[in-house]
Design a binder for this molecule. Structure first.
Ligand code: PEP
Ligand code: MN
Length: 375
């Protein structure tokens, strides 16, 4: 059961004290307090865990600090959608909104290679009015002899270049908890010219100790990739690990499933799950068409498969797109064959925007249909 307090209830107020002393004496019920900081207010959510079936919802709703009570299921307690759950989705980070209704594109380099490429990429994004990008500094590679990313050494010039081009959020995968500190120290030293969304890659979706470490910090939001070979439920539980440790600013990313059935694509595109994740949880949903499709191959209509896959996800209501571009894909050190070309960026962004508008129109189309009408 979840008791949501009136917004901005002071923790030293009588109403808070009375409410807590009532809840704390409930037999067999453990209490976990979760703070949600919104743009304009602070919300306190109190999770009542354990033997809650016999609790009287009305009685708890009548406590002085409580605004409303929601009965929650066991799955995805914090990030999930529950019956009568009108809680908002998403969060704001560094001036950028992330929720289940809007859309942000994170076009950028799969792996940071040269300063020149980072500069060309970010300048192009600025020219297109973009405020987000993807930049891999720590790369998890299948082959131990492949380029592993520049790591910590590239952070200063990546972040400075981002700041120079008004990039507010850089999605950056980390593979070890020590990377959080490396990123944080570097940003702090530079005066925080940009922000970072910590990315958990598909190989680490169930690295529970990494998830817990990332969940314990609240400075950076998290982009969690779906595990490539586990069920959706298992990946959503991985996201809940982050929230249960205290960080509920999580975007969930679909990136295709490893299966021969997906060939000749790199992975089996799974963007039909965009609306499913939005129904089961309150997380904004990202799609990664580059790692799903894995090539720049085009259909006879002249449109690359990566763009077709993007369109499918965005028309279905995706809220974020993580996509590889590169000024010279033949020189890229990681995933060159799937990177889109710089001259494709304006059309790509326009395509994404049109698909997002179409998703809005589709909602209108269905608004008053499918209701069960009383006779
Ligand atoms: C990536 O986004 O660079 C990446 C490695 O993706 P994934 O974890 O989905 O393979
Ligand atoms: Mn990659």
């Amino acid at each position: 059961m979840l008791a949501i307090l009136h917004p901005d209830t002071p923790l030293d107020s009588d109403s808070y004290r009375q409410t807590m002393s009532f809840l704390e004496q409930l037999p067999g019920v453990a209490i976990k307090v979760h703070e949600v900081k919104g743009a304009t207010q602070r919300l306190t959510e109190i999770y009542l865990l354990g033997d809650t079936k016999s609790l009287d919802k009305d009685e708890i709703e009548a406590l002085p600090a409580v605004e409303r009570v929601i009965r929650i299921s066991d799955d995805y307690r914090i990030l999930g959608r529950h019956r009568d759950d009108q809680r908002q989705s998403g969060f704001t980070y560094n001036g950028v909104e992330f929720n289940q209704n809007n859309l942000n594109v994170f076009a950028g380099l799969c792996a940071v290679d040269t300063q020149e490429h980072v500069e060309i990429m970010m300048r192009a994004l600025k020219e297109q009015g973009q405020h987000c990008t993807r930049m891999g500094a720590y790369k998890p590679r299948t082959n131990p002899y492949s380029f592993q990313g520049h790591g910590k050494s590239c952070l200063p010039w990546v972040f400075e270049t981002a700041g120079k081009h008004d990039i507010r959020v850089v999605a950056m995968e980390i593979t070890h908890e020590s990377h959080i500190e490396e990123i944080d120290e570097c940003l702090e030293k530079l005066g925080r010219p940009t922000g970072v969304m910590l990315q958990v890659g598909t190989r680490n979706t169930q690295n529970f100790e990494l998830l817990k470490a990332i969940g314990r910090q609240k400075t950076y939001p998290v982009l969690l990739k779906r595990g490539f070979g586990i069920t959706l439920n298992e990946s959503l539980n991985a996201a809940e690990y982050l929230a249960s440790e205290g960080n509920a600013n999580v975007v969930f990313c679909l990136r295709g499933m490893k299966s021969d059935a997906g060939q000749p694509h790199r992975n089996m595109v799974d963007f039909a799950h965009v609306p499913t994740v939005k129904r089961l949880t309150r997380m904004p949903v990202c799609i990664d068409p580059s790692h799903s499709v894995g090539s720049r191959d085009k259909a006879p209509d002249g449109i690359p498969d990566v763009m077709h896959a993007t369109a499918q996800g965005v028309v279905a209501g995706a809220n974020m797109v993580l996509v590889d571009f590169h000024p010279r894909p033949e020189k890229a050190l990681v995933d060159g064959p799937q990177a889109l070309l710089m001259d494709e960026l304006p059309a790509y962004l326009e395509d994404v925007s049109q698909c997002h508008q179409l998703w809005k129109k589709r909602q209108e189309l269905y608004r008053n249909t499918g209701e069960v009408r009383a006779k």
